[in-house]
Design a protein around this ligand. Structure first.
Ligand SMILES: Cc1ncc(C[n+]2csc(CCOP(=O)(O)OP(=O)(O)O)c2C)c(N)n1
Ligand SMILES: [Mg+2]
Length: 360
């Protein structure tokens, strides 16, 4: 694949595996072993299991809030698998599959959504920044890390994510501009899941594609079928290689769909038609990869059943290990914003503590 062959203004999508699990682009099939393919499928199943369990815990009142990833597993797992251990992952908040590939333990992920600050504390050697809820801020961090890499002469790349809605924020544009001007080794990925809460993609921008915004900043931009694990892997790999070879940043739009709600406090039936969701269910990234793997005799139904059961057991055990044992320390909520706590925060901390003790 060459980025030059995929002008984002042509609305030509890069894809390898179609919705029926058939290869439509023979020459670009990634050179991955059967074990690697099974690992990718297992990680997608893991992502979905974690989502399903988290939703049910939240409904039972056992989890605070949760942002589901269902439908976006290929965009996350495929892109992160193209990274090396030394590369930086700079996430937004809906990148579960990518976190798992990069070695973030499930315990951390559940702790985070459980409202515990320690969820953001990564194990040694896991080069993943914490979740960034302020939309777009993470793109600036990624551009900055990339620029610092150049100054320090380090060869690692940075992969960062944003949503379609995030592309309307100033941070998105500033980060792209800085990264391009300073030739920063960054891969900017947009998970275009068609919605920013209730705002549809068409209301977000008049641009035909989100990837075409790359043209203005002087970097390659490409629209990739975000439900195609092979296309996501191979486009990200090539962008990372460019970055590492000193050729600067790339913008990848992963064209996908959020099959679930924005978060557990959202009701998508209020702003989108069931028929639209049904249509996208046929393009489910897990289904098409599964078909491919079954056809090639790489996956067996027995293996799949066994793996699903193991994953479910693991997910339940991990959640139970943190439940009720991980109440957030009140000080932790206030402590880490500044090196020295400013007086306003100190005042808020005291006020909150007195509120919890029954005062006002
Ligand atoms: C600066 C800022 N403004 C508003 C919000 C509230 N908010 C949280 S998620 C979201 C929509 C994000 O949509 P998109 O970028 O498409 O990502 P998605 O949730 O679809 O993954 C908004 C407006 C926020 N977190 N930060
Ligand atoms: Mg979105």
């Amino acid at each position: 694949m060459r980025f030059e062959d995929y002008n984002p203004l042509d609305e030509k999508y890069y894809s390898i595996l179609n919705a029926h699990g058939e290869i439509i682009n023979e020459k670009d099939i990634p050179a991955l072993s059967n074990d690697e393919l099974l690992y990718l499928y297992k990680t997608m199943l893991y992502t979905r299991t974690i989502d399903e369990k988290a939703l049910s815990y939240q409904r039972q009142g056992r989890m605070l809030t949760y942002a589901p990833n269902t439908g976006q597993e290929a965009a996350q797992v495929g892109s992160a698998y193209a990274m090396d251990k030394e590369d930086w992952l700079v996430p937004a908040f809906r990148e579960l599959g990518a976190w798992l590939v990069r070695g973030v333990p499930l315990k951390n992920i559940y702790l985070y959504w459980y409202g515990n600050e320690w969820g953001s504390y990564m194990p040694e050697g896991v080069k993943v920044l914490p979740v960034a809820v302020p939309i777009g801020s993470q793109y600036q961090h990624a551009a900055g890390i990339g620029m610092a890499n150049n100054i320090k002469g380090e060869k690692n790349a940075v992969v960062t994510y944003i949503g379609d809605g995030g592309t309307s924020h100033g941070d998105f544009h500033e980060a792209l501009n800085f990264a391009a001007v300073f030739n920063a080794p960054v891969v900017f990925i947009i998970q275009n899941n068609q919605y920013a809460i209730s705002v549809a993609r068409e209301k977000q921008t008049k641009s035909k594609t989100l990837a075409q915004k790359a043209i203005a900043y002087g970097m390659p931009g490409i629209v990739v079928d975000g439900n195609d694990i092979f296309a996501m892997y191979s486009a990200t790999k090539e962008a990372i290689d460019r970055a590492r070879n000193g050729e600067g940043p790339t913008l990848i739009e992963a064209f996908t769909y959020r099959l679930g709600a924005h978060t557990t406090s959202d009701d998508p039936t209020l702003y989108r038609e069931d028929s639209e969701v049904e249509e996208w269910k046929h393009k489910d990234p897990l289904l098409r990869f599964r078909k491919y793997l079954l056809n090639k005799n790489i996956l067996t139904e027995e293996w799949e059943e066994k793996t699903k059961k193991e994953l479910e057991t693991e997910v339940m055990a991990t959640f139970e290990s943190i439940e009720n044992k991980s109440d957030t320390e009140i000080d932790d909520i206030f402590k880490y914003h500044y090196e020295t706590m400013p007086p306003q925060l100190e005042e808020q901390l005291l006020e909150y503590k007195s509120f919890l003790e029954g005062g006002k």
